[in-house]
Design a protein around this ligand. Structure first.
Ligand code: DGT
Ligand code: CA
Ligand code: CA
Ligand code: ZN
Length: 581
């Protein structure tokens, strides 16, 4: 757990330094270290001990010393000293949409504002509006930002962001069929959580058709509040079926669409690297284009931009500055797995446990999606609240599935189970019954708050069972609701590789578990990923794309994904483990 704290400490140091107006380069260094640590799937302390941390690109001597200090003492002197320079509540101001470090610095220095309540106060008295660089409009926007912050829970799930994007795309689309409307930002990169939704609209040469785009957006349905509304840029709060979402819309001329799309897709860290490469080549890259001196180099697509910079095209899901730029230089980028290569869905529930649909309905819907097979994985009997099947019920379901296969023929239905991993790491069904199944997922559904050694032991022991083919939602996180278990993921991945056990990428946007960085570590260890939707209805089968994107964010190729195999090869995978243990 120390990685998360360390990452936060470095992030905070960057924020405080930025407010204090310190050197940008140093600020960026801290921010980068924060991100690198946040991405590392194993305990930083272990890396430090083995000397591998010192070799990690982006971690310099002084950062290393601070990390060492933290591991030894639990805190960082430089962090404490920095924090002592500003009131702690000042950091809250940074979370307000529309308030950057510059704004925070200004209200702090000029108006002595140190907290959100004090900021509200200077907005109410009109003092903020009079401050140079602010004005009435901006002050009002900040007030709405505060309101939004106070009501929102912070970052939202991918499905919530996708819903908001759909609403906005539809309202802009009403204006004209000719507009190029694309999502950008973290939504396009398919991050597991989204801060705000970014939409880019390409409207004719020179942006001649941009008139009305922002208006169409802000006057569209579900707009709860307009935060900003200019000629080419608008920002509003959109009400979705589950939450409020901030959406930014920008209109650009088609001639700069490619560079704007690249720029606003981010990530910021990826873009910083690209601009460095451009600068080294004597070029300038920004949201308006790629320039040599005053002259624009024509770029008709993102691919053109990357190629002009001597790189191969980098897919949005990889744009996190996690080594993709180096790989693009050396031609080592993976060919990422795609939805079209998925041959079946390995995780779903029927009415027999807590699902809403019959086996037949799921099979029919899956056949329509073009799948070769599905695997029915209802809960086991210890999952009482989820209507888990008794051993007898499962035995009957297996028979039912075999019969259905003889009848339908258009899609193969595999008999599986999502078996509970019990408190001692044993399985909820006897091995004789598990042996009858085609594919077995083992999941922890209780005792998730258990200590690290316990939840890790349970998971490792489950993998030792020759009939367990996959660990379901290995970390147990529920985004925005429940933290991941304190589990030794490095040990889990290592053991999965040794026991021919796949790890699930649960495609449900509440879970996305394994998460991207863990997918990457698993792949590097030679572990197969099993992408499953955990569908509880036919509609749930449609979540597969979120899982594929998460695997791709972990650099997964077709070969890394178990359910890119046909049914026969999948059965061979199962057989291999049964024979080897
Ligand atoms: P989010 O919204 O927190 O989930 O993450 P993003 O990546 O969508 O970030 P956002 O919405 O602030 O900005 C969208 C993209 O625009 C971002 O990924 C890169 C670009 N961008 C925005 N502001 C800046 C900036 O100040 N510097 C740089 N280099 N890029 C920026
Ligand atoms: Ca965003
Ligand atoms: Ca944004
Ligand atoms: Zn499930």
């Amino acid at each position: 757990m120390s990685n998360a704290i360390l990452s936060e400490l470095f992030g905070q140091m960057a924020e405080v330094m930025e407010i204090l107006g310190e050197d940008r380069f140093r600020v960026n260094t801290y921010r980068k270290v924060s991100r690198i640590i946040g991405d590392i799937p194993v305990e930083v302390g272990m890396l430090l001990e083995s000397g591998r941390l010192a070799e990690t690109p982006g971690i310099g001597k002084s950062s290393l010393a601070k990390i060492e200090e933290f591991i030894k003492t639990g805190s960082i002197t430089a962090h404490r000293e920095l924090l002592a320079k500003i009131p702690g509540s000042l950091l809250d101001l940074l979370k307000i949409p529309g308030m950057g470090p510059k704004g925070v610095k200004a209200v702090y220095e000029k108006l002595k504002v140190t907290s959100i309540p004090e900021l509200k106060e200077v907005i109410a008295t009109g003092a903020l509006a009079k401050l140079p660089g602010f004005g009435e409009k901006k002050a009002a926007a900040i007030l709405r930002g505060i309101d939004f912050l106070e009501k929102s829970t912070g970052r939202i799930r991918l499905d919530q962001a996708a819903e908001a994007a759909e609403i906005v795309v539809a309202s802009v689309r009403c204006l004209s069929e000719d507009l190029t409307i694309r999502s950008a930002g973290s939504l396009r990169r398919r991050r597991d959580t989204i801060g705000d939704v970014d939409i880019l609209v390409g409207c004719g040469q020179g942006g001649q058709a941009s008139g009305g785009v922002v208006e169409a957006f802000t006057k569209g349905p579900n707009v709860k509040e307009i935060l900003a509304s200019g000629a080419t840029k608008g920002s509003a709060i959109i009400e979705t079926s589950t939450c409020d979402v901030q959406v930014d819309v920008r209109a650009v001329g088609l001639e700069s669409f490619a560079s704007a799309w690249q720029y606003f897709t981010g990530s910021q860290a990826h873009n910083v690297r690209l601009r460095e490469i451009a600068a080294k080549a004597g070029l300038k890259l920004n949201e308006y284009g790629l320039f040599k001196g005053e002259k624009a180099i024509p770029v008709g697509s993102e691919r053109d931009i990357y190629e002009e910079l001597g790189l191969v095209y980098i897919a949005p899901v990889l744009r996190e500055d996690r080594g993709e730029i180096e790989a693009a230089k050396s031609g080592a980028l993976p060919v990422l797995v795609e939805f079209a290569e998925i041959k079946g869905d390995l995780h779903m529930h029927t009415v027999a446990s807590d699902g809403d649909c019959s086996i037949e309905a799921l099979a029919e819907a899956a056949a329509e999606m073009g799948y070769e097979y599905i695997c029915i994985t209802d809960h086991s009997h210890s999952s009482a609240i989820a209507g888990g099947l008794s051993a007898g019920q499962l035995a009957r379901q297996i028979k039912q599935i075999r019969k259905l296969n003889d009848k339908t023929g258009c899609i193969t239905i595999l008999a599986g189970s999502e078996v509970d991993i019990l408190a001692d790491g044993s399985m909820d069904f006897e091995n004789e019954l598990l042996a009858e199944l085609d594919f077995v997922i083992a999941s922890i559904h209780s005792g998730l708050a258990g200590d690290r050694s316990r939840v890790t032991m349970r998971t490792l022991k489950a993998m030792d069972n020759p009939y367990v083919n996959c660990i379901g939602h290995p970390s147990g996180r529920l985004i925005g609701r429940r933290e991941a278990m304190d589990i030794d993921m490095a040990a889990v991945i290592d053991h999965a590789a040794q026991t021919h056990t796949a790890l699930e990428v649960n495609a449900n946007p509440w879970r996305l578990d394994l998460k991207d960085t863990h997918c990457r570590t698993a792949i590097e260890a030679g572990v197969k990923l099993a992408i499953g939707t955990d569908a509880h209805s036919t509609a749930g089968l449609g979540l597969m794309g979120f899982g594929v994107a998460t695997a791709a964010r972990g650099w997964a190729r077709q070969d890394d994904v178990l359910n890119c195999l046909g049914a026969a090869k999948l059965k061979a995978f199962v057989k291999k483990k049964r024979q080897s243990l």
